[in-house]
Ligand binder design. Structure first.
Ligand SMILES: Cc1cc2nc3c(=O)[nH]c(=O)nc-3n(C[C@H](O)[C@H](O)[C@H](O)COP(=O)(O)OP(=O)(O)OC[C@H]3O[C@@H](n4cnc5c(N)ncnc54)[C@H](O)[C@@H]3O)c2cc1C
Length: 1030
């Protein structure tokens, strides 16, 4: 590890080292949650050991902690201990952690946020990195976004190693205002070695911190948190001469399509691709979110060009299932939608779309350009290939090897040698996939005169080295060599006439077609070097890639061995003629995998003992070894994560709409008995619904299963936990067998097809080429997993495999329509049955609404409680203005019940304005008699009901609001009421427009100058403008 003082000016580093440097210099204590192989805290530990001093003149204490349930309590305990030295109150406390730890830290962060007024400044530097045994490693930002939003923390991001020091500093400064998370890519940039030309040294960090801390202390106390953050950012830019902003726009000056992005690689690529496309005249741009929380809507709208017609949000969600689940919205999307919904800046309201991607989806210039292409072509568009000019101009190399190879370290040694050339910027990154060939390591090296930002694997290499010939049979390595590039394959004991046998057919064809120069490295021709072939690989690679380099001294301290390697070169490296007939080779093998997927940060440690007895096959065992900390976490019961569930009994299930009406909306009430379930007003109930037993039995019979066999399946409450159940039970409760199959199911099922035709068809459906067919099957025919298994009878996975490839059932949420203070022993929901007719003419039903609508009184169900943003104002006398469409009225019933109870108790309550909307009064006046009774009793002050189709002209909820705008002015503005809208999203802009009119009217009346849009933003921040849309 470099010493603290050596980090300054031009230096080879990685992001993680720079984060540690800033953290060490500024903190009193560093609490670190670094799984062993993540190495998030190696440098700070060393510096603490060496007694290096921080800016406060002391040695920073490093406290390494374990990631597990309740993690975080230790840090809290220290900050709030009664022995805490109060002279240190102003000194930041720091956390270093991967995003996978955030879940365990949530409750501690929650408490910290609540007690922040008396806490030291607290900053968490979070390496976006999560791990799951199934999906490997992924840069998880979604968890941080969610936690920042839920707990009210600040969240800033770094999009590259070049700015990670600045953002670490900024985050530490923001921590004087509110607890702050700083997030950066933990998979690639955190670990990629590169040269940062202007790294801030110790003294410079101390200086900036001291100056801006002073400005922070002098901030106007009356500013809200967003205002303070903006001011601090200004001070920061002034000091450093930078131009960071909460949102940064790049691209065409009058774009029609704008992509909003958060996250390191995403932001980096989006800004470069958008700028390149704009330079070609395409009307596209991108907004990079640097400060996600507080979400300064004003700043967002300021950078949003007025010409925009379409805003796409590149929103990260947990996994592929969430990408395809139409009910899931990315966190960023909700913010952008809200910001755009009530601006008057844009003459025409832009369309806002959520382009979701999973944590493990890694972006490239092509993937981003394809997103732009799809957005601008309005419809299905083929993916496009796109590359960044600066990256193309760099020299790019890839090394492939198995990780126990004697030459596994060669790539890094070559990288180090190239770094000694002063005019170069060298980027070195390693990816480990421990599930291919017992452990594969891929090393990417880029060498460029200019500094480049390319947070993605090399796609078109000048030279590729393959250290193990077997890899050519499994991975599409040649695809990654550019046309006219060079390929070096290490083939021990090579004989010329065996060339054809040793280079697989698929590779032969591509080598010939792309005009690739082929080199063979045969280390066995030099017996002395055979065992320790690393040096020979180094010099052989350099001879082929960089014949101009003749000085190899820095490769090894053992100069004799080095000379031996150089002398062996002529004998060992051979350029072979590529036979012309290779172009005609028939490739009969299945397509190879494109590349490897990162699933570890280190090589496969084969000597370790298996730790977890519940693992069932060698692959899972391998994953367990590969990443024992995280895998261990995944397999434990996680009491902190598991949603608490309760068993409650149906008391009443009553249809609210006439039986001959096409929409079945019903009221369902549950008896809480002694379940212990408690809920607050505005919260939602999570329902774990069963599959239809009859359809399950039919499937069991048709598929030839035994209903009573015992099997292990993921638990409903936490899919990371396995539970033992019968086949029947698991199909009714755990496995989403009657749900919508995602694309990857077709891909997985293809592996089991024995009929070649079926296999091909399934593969096609699971691939990009079959996108149209897949869409037709799933969106028009709306097939279920069962339907697909029936269509492809030769694909017949056994039950264990089936459970692996079919998603677990997911809970659905419903706003609670009762107040527990009024009905202590029951909970009520109002639900609309989701149904449709499929292309075969079958009536089909939504999973949860079918189950719930059919429940007879006395049936028991499993439920959980989900917190919500819908809260009553603190003051009982504050008016409520509520707007609900259809089932969106549910939470308002709870609000009104509660206020009615207060009134009955003699308390003074604020006025209640209720606006409701549906199609017809006769059929859909939901809880109409209750509202009318509350109106008579003086609980509801104004009832504005809009029945859109009861008269020739359409009347909507916003029309009723506009007719009574003076009542809204009085309740909302003069009497400081709170506004709520629940249900579908579409009325949001129209309804908000009425509220803005009310604000403007009141301002005019009282001769004040008010910007209605800003006023809504303020109201939103104060919890007086609340949306719950689904
Ligand atoms: C905070 C919150 C509060 C909510 N409150 C309420 C409330 O008070 N009342 C209420 O009624 N709802 C409420 N919802 C919505 C509710 O959670 C469910 O989304 C809704 O009831 C549908 O669930 P389902 O399981 O019946 O349908 P799903 O099975 O989830 O189906 C939903 C849609 O997916 C599609 N689909 C399903 N299966 C297939 C298939 N095989 N192929 C292709 N497409 C398919 C269909 O288009 C269908 O319309 C709320 C949601 C949230 C987030």
């Amino acid at each position: 590890m470099p010493s603290l003082s050596s980090i300054s000016g031009p230096t080879y580093v990685n992001s993680q080292l720079l984060v540690q440097q800033t953290a060490y210099k500024l903190s009193d204590k560093i609490f670190s949650y670094s799984p062993e192989t993540f190495d998030l805290d190696v440098a700070v530990k060393e510096w603490a050991e060496a007694n290096e001093k921080n800016v406060h003149g002391e040695t920073t204490t490093v406290v390494p902690l374990q990631t597990r349930a309740g993690a975080g309590a230790f840090a809290l305990g220290y900050i709030f201990s009664k022995d805490f030295d109060l002279a240190k109150r102003h000194v930041p406390q720091t956390l270093l952690a991967p995003s996978l730890s955030l879940r365990h830290l949530r409750s501690s962060l929650d408490q910290l946020a609540l007690l922040y007024g008396v806490s030291s400044p607290f900053v968490a530097h979070v390496a976006a990195a999560d791990y799951s045994a199934e999906k490997g490693l992924g840069a998880d930002y979604a968890t941080a976004l969610q936690i920042a939003e839920d707990l009210g923390l600040a969240l800033v991001s770094s999009s590259s190693a070049y700015e990670v020091q600045h953002m670490s500093l900024l985050a530490t400064l923001l921590a004087s205002v509110l607890p702050t998370l700083h997030i950066y890519d933990g998979i690639r940039t955190a670990r990629e070695s590169l040269r940062v030309v202007d790294a801030l040294g110790e003294a410079h960090i101390a200086d900036i911190y001291a100056k801006i801390s002073k400005e922070a202390a002098a901030l106007n106390k009356r500013l809200d948190t967003a205002g303070k953050v903006v001011e601090l950012l200004k001070a920061f830019n002034n000091e450093l001469g930078t131009s960071y902003a909460p949102f940064e726009y790049h691209g065409h000056e009058a774009p029609e399509t704008v992509l909003v992005v958060f996250g390191s690689a995403e932001a980096q690529l989006a800004k470069q691709v958008a700028s390149a496309l704009a330079a070609e005249g395409k009307k596209v741009g991108t907004i990079v979110v640097r400060v996600y929380r507080p979400f300064v809507e004003e700043a967002f709208l300021e950078v949003l060009p007025a010409s925009v017609r379409q805003i796409a949000v590149l929103g990260q969600v947990a996994d592929a299932a969430a990408v395809e689940d139409a009910n899931v919205q990315s966190a960023l999307y909700s913010d952008v939608l809200t910001a755009v919904s009530f601006t008057d800046k844009l003459s025409q309201a832009p369309e806002v779309v959520d382009v979701r991607y999973a944590v493990t989806d890694a972006h490239t210039p092509s993937s981003i350009a394809s997103i732009f292409n799809k957005l601008t072509s309005k419809g299905e568009a083929e993916p496009v290939a796109f590359s960044l000019t600066a990256v193309e101009e760099a020299q790019q190399y890839v090394f492939w090897d198995v990780d126990n190879s004697s030459a596994a370290a060669s790539a890094s040694a070559v990288g180090k040698l190239l770094e000694t050339e002063q005019s170069n910027n060298v980027y070195v990154h390693q990816t480990y996939d421990n599930l291919v060939q017992g452990g594969v390591v891929r090393t990417d090296i880029r060498v460029s005169q200019k500094s480049i930002e390319a947070p993605y694997p090399v796609e078109s290499a000048d030279v590729v080295f393959v250290g193990e010939e077997k890899l050519l049979k499994e991975i599409a390595i040649v695809k990654g060599v550019k046309a006219g590039g060079k390929l070096i394959v290490r083939l021990p004991n090579f004989k010329e006439d065996e060339l054809e046998k040793r280079i697989p057919a698929a590779a032969q064809k591509e080598i010939q077609e792309k005009g690739i120069e082929l080199y063979v490295l045969d280390s066995s021709s030099s017996p002395a070097l055979e065992k320790e072939a690393g040096l020979l690989v180094d010099v052989a690679f350099l001879r082929v890639a960089r014949a101009d380099i003749t000085k190899f001294d820095s490769l090894s301290a053992d100069q004799t061995a080095l000379t031996e390697a150089v002398n062996a070169l002529d004998q060992s490296v051979r350029k072979v003629e590529v036979p012309a007939k290779w172009a005609e080779v028939e490739n009969t093998v299945a397509p190879l995998v494109d590349s490897v997927k990162p699933n570890s940060f280190v090589a496969f440690q084969k000597e370790e003992e298996e730790e977890t007895s519940s693992l069932e096959n060698w692959q899972s065992a391998a994953k367990g070894f590969a990443f024992k900390e995280a895998y261990g976490t995944q397999n434990q019961l996680r009491p902190d994560l598991t949603v608490k569930t309760y068993t409650i009994k149906v008391k009443e299930n009553r249809r609210l709409t006439p039986t001959d009406y096409d929409r079945n909306i019903f009221h369902i009430e549950f008896d809480l008995g002694d379940s212990g379930l408690t809920y607050n007003i505005g919260e939602a109930l999570g329902i774990h619904a069963d599959n239809d037993p009859e359809q399950v039995l039919q499937f069991i019979q048709a598929y030839g299963l035994n209903a009573d066999d015992l099997v292990q399946v993921p638990s409903r409450e936490d899919p990371a936990v396995l539970e033992t159940r019968t086949v029947y039970q698991s199909l009714v409760q755990n496995v989403d067998i009657l749900g919508k199959p995602p694309k990857r199911f077709f891909e997985a099922l293809a592996q089991f097809a024995t009929d070649e035709e079926e296999k091909k068809k399934l593969e096609r459906l699971g691939s990009k080429e079959g996108a149209d067919e897949f869409k037709r099957l799933t969106e028009e025919d709306t097939v279920t997993y069962v339907d697909v298994l029936d269509m492809f009878k030769s694909a017949h996975p056994d039950f264990n495999d089936l459970v692996r490839i079919v998603d677990p059932t997911k809970r659905r949420e419903y706003s609670i329509a009762s107040a527990q203070a009024v009905t202590p022993n029951s909970v009520t929901l109002m639900i609309v049955v989701v149904n449709w007719v499929d292309t075969k003419g079958r009536t089909r039903y939504g999973h949860a609404t079918r189950y719930l609508s059919g429940l007879a009184p006395g049936s028991t169900i499993t439920a959980s409680v989900k917190p919500s943003v819908m809260k009553l104002p603190v003051k009982d006398t504050a008016p409520l203005i509520m707007a609900g469409l259809g089932t969106g009225l549910a939470p308002f019933r709870a609000f009104v019940q509660y206020r009615a109870m207060q009134k009955a108790q003699g308390k003074e309550i604020g006025s209640i304005l209720l606006y409701l909307g549906s199609r017809h009064q006769r059929e859909e006046y939901l809880y109409g008699e209750e509202w009318e009774a509350y109106l008579d009793a003086g609980v509801i002050t104004l009832l504005g009901a809009a029945f859109s189709r009861d008269q020739p002209e359409k009347i909507y909820i916003q029309d009723r609001m506009r007719q009574t705008v003076t009542d809204i002015v009085k309740a909302y503005i003069k009497e400081e009421g709170s506004f709520y809208l629940c249900g579908p999203t579409w009325p949001v802009p129209d309804v908000t427009a009425v509220l803005e009119e009310a604000i403007a009217a009141e301002a005019q009346e009282s001769s004040r100058k008010v910007d209605p849009r800003k006023e809504i933003e303020r109201l939103k921040e104060d919890g007086r403008y609340v949306l719950e849309v689904y």
